[in-house]
Design a protein around this ligand. Sequence first.
Ligand code: IPM
Ligand code: MG
Length: 345
Amino acid sequence: MPRIITLPGDGIGPEITTAALRLLHAVAPDCETEEHVVGGASIDAHGTALTDETLAVCRGADAVLLAAVGGPKWDTTDPDKPRPEQGLLGLRKGLGLFANLRPVRPVPALYDASPLKRDRIERTDLLVVRELTGGIYFGAKSRENGRAVDECAYDTHEIERIARVAFAAARSRVTSVDKANVLETSRLWRETVSRVHDEEFPAVLLEHLLVDNAAMQLVSAPRHFDVILTENMFGDILSDEAAMLTGSIGMLPSASLGEPDTPGLFEPVHGSAPDIAGEGVANPLAMFLSVAMMLRHGLGRDAVAAAVESAVDRALEAGLRTRDLGGEATTAEATDAVLAQLERT
Ligand code: IPM
Ligand code: MG
């Protein structure tokens, strides 16, 4: 019986977790779930965004499903105060989740919900493969005498292993994004990605793009991309930009994976949306698509994962629109609509 740890976190997190559990119990009734606090909720309960106990139970599970962390209540620039995001970063580092997969596939029913013109986004189907446990996020930090430092470092082996994930996921090409005209880490990145390509994946097309140019092409010619391979911070920024191709950041799921024997972490890309928390109107679809990624990558249940994705598509085609998509459906109504489509499969 697969054991799944749910981490609702903050803001709209608990609401979309309730919705996700309804879905999960419908499509995988044999899964056992156990809930724990993380982020701001954990700061309130334990004084830290991630306790050792929570990390340990996650390590022992088959998969971890996280909703969102953060909120104005815990916002601070004081380096000595705990921040909700430390919970997420602690899970990524603690579970060794170096590979973050963020698929971006606009649903035809939402083409007109995107701020970009339909003919630009039509048939876009790309995957951002973001390195998740290195770079500037995890380098040494300091603040002294009015000067602050964030170190950005990458080891060759960190680049090799994420490059392999990207090449293995590619259907036709990998676009490796860096800033090799300025940064030394980027020069090592480019060299290493090219070597892994030549030695192990010569059949995949490889191109290198500077990050500023990539940001531009992502909105001017998104169809061009298949897999975008990039480092931690560039991936953070480019994946939010790519989310707008789908009309709403409320549509984007993600999987964070480590070595084969460690549990993956599955979460929507959007945040905790404190402005609408508690109103029951959050869009649960990115969370549902994260459940699908969990079924596929975490539990090896490809068919059920595909059924969930198809049910989400069909619910949207049938007119389902939450507030972020210009409609009025509540979280519960959106869940009902997707469950109803599942019953038809
Ligand atoms: C994301 C988020 C996180 C990140 C924050 C909450 C630390 O923006 O998952 O993209 O920057 O990685
Ligand atoms: Mg982000």
